[in-house]
Design a protein around this ligand. Structure first.
Ligand SMILES: Nc1ncnc2c1ncn2[C@@H]1O[C@H](COP(=O)(O)OP(=O)(O)O)[C@@H](O)[C@H]1O
Ligand SMILES: [Mg+2]
Length: 484
């Protein structure tokens, strides 16, 4: 049973107990009132007896006093009948004390008759003797009724005392037992719940089972609501912790990006500045040469200016490519890798000319690759051009080999050379911007590998390198899902 139902039962029982007690008190008080009325009845009978005696002795008497006395005598049975309700009538009938009511009715009847005699006597319709006789008959009746009235009233009151008081006592006793039982069950379920909640169950499913077994009603609802509230609060705390972690990591990566940007701006402007100032001074020489008429020298310097400008152009192009690498800017298309290699060889003609390296490529794809062609062109071109640039002059047969193939889940590019390799201590910096470890071997912007890395990250792929002084291998894997 729910706690609220138990409490409601206690309230109902207590209300019944109080109502019956109050009812009994009223009924007992009613008995007392009947005795009091009967006492008054006797008093007025006595008064009337004295008056009748005076008439008998020919003492002058105001006839209105007799009328007043009879009316006073008649009032008590009327009051008695007014007090008696339907329930009283039923009880009196059952316990056979209802003659008290008949007595009252008869008493009123006698009083009415006596009043009629008074009226007739006043009008002179009744002789003095008859009038006295009638009054004496009435007095007898009144006296008799007063005597008879006490008995049934006493019986009725004692019946009420005998029945209602034990009933009240029984209900009170029952109430006390029930209240103590209910309060014990309520406190024991609270105690059990407290033990359950403080006993650290192994896991939360255990606690759920235990709650189902041991708790019902409002307590269960209360615990479930409290647990839900705590869960929600914890979730909010977790969310705010997660949010803080996200904000922290984003702040850190923003900070890093900011630092990289500052470094990039510094390095880029530095690398842009040297060919520009070189070209500027050379242009000055060209002017002087032309003024001095030394056209040959002027041509020589102009050629150097041209080379410087080419370098500058490469750098600017690389910076632009790097800036574009983070955003998907081209349409995806099926890539023809044979054509891509042919185009690349054309672009690298300047590097391949007079280069002792042998470039071989092997393309083995079982499924078409769909992506942004420019990204793959830049990746492959950078890896191959590095192999060609940083070959080992001491080796008899320098080579660069590029393998393009796919497996079930991955697309792979491997570029291997037997060049000079990358010193161990610099291998972790290969993908950083402007990092160059063989400045004397060949020219370049130092942005190629950073660009490759950005493309691979964009495609969710991975790049690794193995390098020693006998050569370098770059391995790239990209999930096929990104390329369908
Ligand atoms: N295959 C390779 N063999 C030897 N060194 C390499 C190779 N690839 C890259 N490197 C080293 O890494 C540096 C960075 O490469 P990259 O970013 O392409 O710049 P670069 O413009 O110099 O080619 C190169 O300058 C070179 O020192
Ligand atoms: Mg390069």
């Amino acid at each position: 049973m729910n706690i609220s139902n138990k409490l409601m039962l206690i309230v109902i029982l207590t209300t019944a107990e109080v109502s019956i007690t109050v009812f009994s008190a009223f009924e007992i008080a009613k008995g007392a009132k009947f005795h009091q009325l009967n006492f008054l009845h006797l008093k007025y009978i006595n008064q009337l007896t004295k008056t009748v005696k005076k008439i008998k002795n020919d003492t002058p008497v105001d006839i209105n006093t007799i009328e007043f006395d009879i009316l006073a005598i008649k009032q008590q049975p009327i009051d008695c009948l007014d007090e008696v309700n339907y329930l009283n009538r039923v009880i009196m009938k059952v316990i056979k004390t209802d003659q008290a009511l008949t007595i009252c009715e008869n008493d009123i009847e006698i009083a009415d008759k006596a009043l009629l005699s008074v009226t007739q006597y006043k009008k002179g319709e009744l002789s003095r003797d008859d009038f006295l006789l009638n009054l004496n008959v009435a007095l007898d009746g009144f006296n008799q009724h007063s005597e008879m009235f006490e008995e049934p009233i006493r019986k009725t009151v004692s019946f009420i005392l005998i029945t209602l008081i034990p009933l009240v006592l029984i209900i009170s006793l029952f109430n006390i037992i029930l209240i103590s039982y209910l309060s014990r069950t309520i406190s024991s379920s609270i105690r059990n719940l407290t033990i359950l909640l403080t006993s650290k169950p192994e896991d939360s499913t255990n606690l759920d089972d235990e709650l189902d077994k041991n708790t019902t009603g409002e307590l269960k609802a209360l615990v479930i609501a409290a647990r839900q509230r705590i869960k929600d609060d914890l979730l909010n705390i977790e969310n705010s912790i997660e949010l803080k972690a996200i904000v922290n990591s984003q702040t850190a990566s923003l900070q890093q990006a900011n630092d990289e940007l500052a470094q990039f701006a510094y390095r880029a402007s530095h690398d842009l500045k040297s060919p520009l100032s070189g070209a500027k001074s050379l242009a000055q020489f060209v002017i002087q040469d032309i003024e001095a008429g030394d056209i040959e020298e002027a041509c020589q310097n102009a050629k150097i200016i041209y080379q410087q400008m080419e370098k500058l152009e490469t750098l600017v192009v690389d910076i632009l490519l790097l800036a574009k690498a983070d955003i998907g800017n081209e349409n995806e298309e099926l890539i023809d890798f044979n054509q891509l290699i042919t185009d690349m060889e054309e672009r690298l003609a300047w590097l391949m000319k007079d280069n002792p390296c042998t470039l071989t490529t092997n393309i083995n794809l079982s499924t078409p690759i769909k992506s942004e062609k420019a990204r793959f062109a830049q990746i492959i071109e950078n890896l191959i051009s590095n192999g060609l640039k940083y070959y080992d002059t001491n080796k008899d047969a320098p080579y660069v080999h590029c393998d393009i193939f796919n497996e079930q889940e991955t697309f792979n590019i491997t570029v291997t050379d037997n060049g000079i390799g990358i010193p161990d201590k610099h291998q972790s910096e290969v993908f950083d911007m402007f990092k160059r470890f063989h400045v004397e071997a060949s020219s370049g912007s130092g942005l190629g590998m950073a660009l490759v890395k950005k493309h691979i990250e964009y495609l969710d792929g991975e790049i690794s390198l193995q390098s020693s002084n006998s050569g370098t291998t770059f391995k790239i894997t990209i999930p096929m899902d990104k390329l369908r």
